[in-house]
Design a protein around this ligand. Structure first.
Ligand SMILES: *Cc1c(COP(=O)(O)O)cnc(C)c1O
Length: 364
């Protein structure tokens, strides 16, 4: 069945925030706590497919207590940013990759696929309505959060026959306002994030729920993030709670854990495979063990470690800590390769560099 062409209607907003209120928020937006004036919504049923696409005033959803998602967590999401360029135009970075990943996540969670045209259209129409909310300057952006959930009112355990897809938008300040600083990572030796055959490769809320307890343990131990190993052998490095990992070796090559089915396929990760090659590095996807991280940082064969994801872009990893020890890459400061990769990516996203791979899409 070919999907219906995308078209949304816009509901009138009686009471948007004033330019003064908006400017006060945009002056210091932080991350994820302020939202724009509008949101996007559409519904799916088996009979009607996707329908009733609309941009409406931002506000609470009213859910029956028996709504399926509240009980069985049939939910997926995406995360991407709209970037304001120096000429005032607004751009997305590889949004078609987010659309494709959302289809794969939907498949794994037995949710209906949203056609790519609808995914892109939903973002375009929301950003058009809230264009004034896209921050300018520095590494600021409008963070976009598409999400889809089981909205049928039914306690039986089966895929929902009513599904809601929404997009909300949140202005985001620079992740490192005071300059890029390495973070410490806690090694989770007891817990796993995802298992073989599980939902690790899908961007679903449940994966994050499973990561919160180990994340809390990380914070109690003075670390910003937690590193997870594979669930079978507790030996192979997978990723952080919401970021992928890269290791720079002393010969200049760069290694990232190969996708196993339990690692989330980051679009930043995928882009860095290409960017690092463009910068002249050999890039290798393979299994990498926790012993290799410990020993490699100790004997100098691993010179830099960094994490990557849409929100923080590229983040240097200083120390890896565990109960009774730690391993520090290089001198514990942000390394040169890390910062070169970071600049290359950020310059492209903010329109300061050429776009040889056609990754940027103008939306406004
Ligand atoms: C979203 C996410 C990432 C990073 O993906 P990007 O597309 O680069 O933002 C990495 N790991 C997990 C678990 C994620 O949910």
């Amino acid at each position: 069945m070919t999907p219906p062409p995308f078209r949304s209607r816009r509901e009138h907003h009686d009471d948007p925030r004033s330019a003064t209120e908006r400017d006060a928020i945009l002056a210091d937006p932080g991350f994820g706590s302020h939202f724009t004036d509008h949101m996007f919504l559409t519904e799916w049923t088996p009979d009607a497919g996707w329908h009733d696409a609309r941009v409406v005033p931002y506000g609470p959803l009213s859910l029956d207590p028996a709504t399926a998602v509240l009980h069985y967590a049939q939910e997926i999401f995406e995360g991407l940013k709209a970037y304001s360029h120096i000429d005032g135009s607004i751009w997305l970075f590889r949004p078609e990759a987010n659309a494709a990943r959302m289809r794969r996540s939907a498949w794994r969670l037995a949710l209906p696929e949203l056609p790519d045209e609808w995914f892109l259209g939903s973002i375009r129409d929301l950003v058009e309505a809230d264009r004034a909310w896209v921050p300018h300057g520095g590494e600021t952006s409008l963070y976009l959060r598409p999400f889809m959930f089981a909205s049928e009112v039914f306690l039986g355990v089966r895929p929902s026959k009513h599904v809601t897809y929404s997009v909300i938008a949140s202005p985001a300040g620079a992740y490192f306002p005071g300059g890029v600083k390495p973070i410490s990572i806690w090694l989770s030796e007891e817990f796993s994030r995802a298992a073989t055959g599980g939902t690790g490769a899908a961007k679903c809320g449940g994966n994050y729920a499973a990561s919160l307890l180990p994340q809390q343990e990380a914070i109690e131990n003075g670390c910003a993030q937690v590193a997870f190993l594979d669930a079978d052998e507790h030996r192979w490095i997978e990723e952080l709670g919401g970021m992928n990992l890269y290791f720079v070796q002393s010969d200049g090559s760069i290694v990232t854990p190969a996708l196993t089915g339990s690692i989330l396929e980051g679009i930043t990760r995928d882009s860095i495979l290409q960017i690092a090659r463009d910068l002249g590095h050999e890039v290798i996807e393979r299994r990498i063990s926790i012993d290799e991280w410990r020993d490699g940082t100790a004997d100098g064969t691993i010179t830099e470690v960094f994490a990557c994801g849409t929100a923080a872009v590229v983040t240097p990893v200083g120390a890896l800590k565990w109960n009774g020890g730690q391993a520090v890459a290089g001198d514990g400061e942000a390394g040169k390769v890390t910062m070169d990769v970071r600049s290359a990516l950020v310059d492209l996203q903010y329109g300061r560099a050429d776009d040889p791979h056609g990754w940027m899409t103008r939306i406004a």
